[in-house]
Design a protein around this ligand. Structure first.
Ligand SMILES: [Fe+2]
Length: 305
C-alpha cells in the first residue's frame, strides 16, 4: 500500500532495512497511490456482495504502516463485507503476526454459522498465534469462504509462507465437512497453493502437503495473491475440478514482467442442479487512468452431489 510511512529507528532491524531498500529501489516505482485510488473508486461502482482480499497490505509491517493500513481497511469496507488473509509482508518480522491479529482480526473472524461448523468438527476458536484462529470460516447462503494463514516471517531475501501441520489438519477437516454438507467451497490463501507455481524462495513451504489436501478433499475455488499475476490453474480432486485463481496487485502499474493492477469479480449462481461460476476481470488501463472490464471467463458448472 503506497506510499510507505517512515518506521521508527527502533523498528529498523536488519530485514526491515532490506525491505526499505527494496521499496526505494523497485517496489515504489510499481505500486502507486493514484492506481489504488482509482481501484477503490471503480470497485465501489460494482455490485459486489463480499470482498476477498488475499494480502499483502503493507511492506515492512512497521506500526505506522499498519495503523495507516487499518484506517484504509476500515474506510474501504466493514469487517462483515470484506475477508482478508495475511501475506508475507504483513507478517514481515517474528512479532508482526501478533500486530496483524491486533489490527485486522475482525476481517479474519468466523461468522456465527462458520464458528458453529468449526466447533462441529472439533476446532476450538482461540487467539493463539500464529495459527490459532485459522482457518476461519464465513458462510454466505450455500457458499463457504475458508481463510487460511500462510503469512510467516521469512529469512532475508526470501518471501516464503507456511501453513503448518496443525492448520493443515484443521483445514482438511473443514473442507471435508463442508463438502459433506453440500457447500460450494472457496478457499483463500496469500501464497500460490501448489508446487512450482513460484520459485522456492517465494513459495509456500508446505505446498506439496496442501496440494495433497486439495487433490483429496478439494475446494471448488482457491483464491491467492503474492505472484501479482492473473492466472487460472485447474486440478482435479476426488469430487471434480478445483480452480486456483491468482490475481494481480490492486495498486501496480504494468512492468516488463508483471501486469497492471486488476481485480476479479467472481459470480457464483446457484440453481437446483449446482453452481454456475463466471469470472469478470477489471484491469487498470494506464492511458485512461481507469479500470475496465478486459475479460469474461466462464469457470464452469459444479453439480450438487
Ligand atoms: Fe506476498
Amino acid at each position: 500500500m503506497p506510499p510507505m510511512p517512515k518506521p521508527t529507528w527502533l523498528e529498523l532491524t536488519g530485514i526491515r532495512i532490506l525491505g526499505l531498500s527494496s521499496w526505494a529501489i523497485s517496489r515504489k516505482k510499481i505500486h502507486k497511490l493514484r492506481v489504488l485510488s482509482v481501484f477503490e473508486k471503480d470497485i465501489k461502482t460494482q455490485d459486489i456482495d463480499h470482498y476477498a482480499f488475499s494480502g499483502d497490505l503493507v511492506n515492512i509491517a512497521s506500526r505506522a504502516e499498519m495503523r495507516r493500513a487499518t484506517a484504509w481497511m476500515k474506510a474501504f469496507a466493514p469487517a462483515d463485507k470484506m475477508s482478508y488473509v495475511p501475506g508475507n509482508h504483513d507478517a514481515y518480522t517474528e512479532d508482526s503476526i501478533a500486530n496483524v491479529l491486533h489490527y485486522w482480526q475482525d476481517y479474519m473472524t468466523s461468522c456465527d454459522q462458520g464458528a458453529e461448523i468449526l466447533s462441529a468438527v472439533g476446532i476450538k476458536l482461540s487467539r493463539e498465534v500464529p495459527y490459532g484462529p485459522f482457518p476461519y470460516l464465513r458462510i454466505f447462503g450455500r457458499v463457504a469462504l475458508v481463510g487460511v494463514n500462510s503469512g510467516v516471517a521469512s529469512p532475508p531475501f526470501m518471501a516464503t509462507g507456511e501453513l503448518g501441520a496443525s492448520q493443515r489438519g484443521r483445514l482438511t477437516r473443514v473442507l471435508a465437512h463442508l463438502k459433506k454438507e453440500g457447500y460450494f467451497r472457496v478457499m483463500m490463501i496469500h501464497h500460490p497453493p501448489l508446487p512450482r507455481m513460484t520459485p522456492n524462495v517465494r513459495a509456500l513451504k508446505d505446498c506439496a502437503d496442501l496440494r495433497d489436501i486439495l487433490t483429496e478433499e478439494g475446494a471448488e475455488l482457491v483464491l491467492y495473491g503474492h505472484n501479482h499475476k492473473n492466472k487460472i490453474t485447474n486440478i482435479n480432486n476426488k469430487y471434480g475440478p478445483s480452480l486456483m485463481i491468482g490475481v494481480a496487485s490492486a495498486s501496480a502499474v504494468a512492468t516488463s514482467h508483471k501486469p497492471a493492477a486488476s481485480y476479479n469479480q467472481i459470480l457464483i449462481d446457484q440453481s437446483k442442479k449446482g453452481w454456475q461460476v463466471n469470472l469478470l476481470k477489471r484491469e487498470y488501463i494506464d492511458a485512461h487512468n481507469a479500470f475496465e472490464e478486459t475479460e469474461v471467463t466462464p469457470l464452469g458448472f459444479w453439480h450438487l452431489t
